[in-house]
Design a protein around this ligand. Structure first.
Ligand code: PMP
Length: 340
């Protein structure tokens, strides 16, 4: 599966890769400045402390974990490691998270779209029909962005069994869903890559920390080609602190799910709303009478939502992120006033 140049690559070996003991106290190996402790030192290139803690929380051994500068880094690495530009291709559901396509285009790799049905669902069969012998990876996002729904689990399993290449299951929003994560099935499927992030439920979009979980072979390839110090020290520290406070994340998730359900039923009663799509995420999609007009009206009210009118199957749709109670009330108030 791996591109030959990547398979043969001898990775850069940093000073902190070569020496990993803890007994030494004089570090004259990495051309750092000895002053301005602790930010003068390079961080652990493999983030072992953080992975050990994450491993306990997720029930996945550290060798199965890759950490990157957002999950966007892992998405890009899939292309760089496995897809030969202008030769290989990937298949993805449509509509979905926009970065899969952008990463494909940056890496000059053909991107094949498989349209979801009217319930925003997919079938393994349609994905396989779109594939050929050059298809290296398939992208699934569950709950899906921007549609908000969980993808059919049986079909995901069917695809994992039937497809020879990688199946990337992006679980950025899984904390808000009642569906279990695919993390527990890593041993069963050597072609599975699960993506998660600190940017959503963990409330840490600013620190840029994404996770990829897969077989040690796949993780080994990612580690081979990543930038040596891809996750900075401040991010590693902040993530460790958040892991100690994981109960807080759980509380946010509960509050946000409740607010999502309340918002969705309030939206159903609004004059300008035609359809509210059920969501398993911390956002939902809503079809309105005129998305462009309502989007601009809300901007005038100082409220920014995401206009998805131009996205396939999402004509006249807005994507609403669930905020605090007060923010959600401000949005509802503005929409009740709209057109009066
Ligand atoms: N996957 C999905 C489905 C997303 O919606 C997003 C961000 N909007 C990401 C991944 C990227 O997350 P990160 O901040 O970890 O790069």
């Amino acid at each position: 599966m791996t591109r030959p140049n990547i398979w043969q690559l001898k990775p850069y070996s940093s000073a902190r890769d070569e020496y990993q003991g803890i007994a030494a106290s004089v570090f004259l190996d990495a051309n750092e400045n000895p002053y301005n402790n602790p930010n003068n030192r390079y961080p652990d290139p493999m983030q072992w402390e953080l992975k050990k803690n994450l491993s306990k929380l997720k029930g996945v051994a550290p060798e199965h974990i890759f950490l990157g500068n957002g999950s966007d880094e892992a998405i890009d690495l899939v292309f760089r490691a496995f897809c030969e530009p202008r030769v290989d291709n990937v298949v993805a559901i449509e509509p979905t998270y926009g970065m899969y396509l952008v990463a494909a285009e940056i890496n000059d790799v053909e991107y094949r779209k498989v349209l979801l049905d009217e319930h925003f669902q997919f079938t393994a069969e349609k994905m396989l029909e779109a594939a050929d012998e050059h298809t290296k990876a398939m992208f699934l996002c569950t709950p899906n962005n921007p549609t908000g729904n969980d993808l059919n689990r049986k079909e995901i399993v069917k695809l994992l069994n039937a497809f020879d290449g990688l199946v990337i299951v992006d679980e950025a929003y899984n904390d808000f869903s009642e569906e279990p994560s695919f993390l527990t099935r890593l041993d069963e499927f050597p072609n599975l890559v699960v993506l998660q992030t600190f940017s959503k439920a963990w409330g840490c979009a600013a620190i840029r920390l994404g996770m990829a979980f897969a077989s040690p072979d796949i993780i080994g390839i990612f580690n081979k080609i990543k930038y040596p110090y891809n996750v900075n020290q401040l991010t590693q520290q902040q993530a460790m602190e958040m892991l100690h406070r994981h109960y807080e994340k759980q509380r946010w998730v509960e509050v946000l799910k409740e607010e999502r359900n309340r918002l969705e039923s309030e939206f159903a009663a609004l004059h300008c709303v035609q359809q509210v799509f059920p969501s398993n995420a911390n956002f939902f999609l809503v079809r309105v009478t005129n998305a462009v007009h309502i989007y601009n009206y809300l901007v005038g009210e100082g409220i920014i939502v995401r206009n998805r009118h131009a996205v396939t199957l999402c004509g006249n749709c807005l994507r609403i992120t669930v905020g605090t109670r007060a923010e959600n009330e401000a949005l509802l108030e503005a929409l009740r006033k709209y057109g009066k």
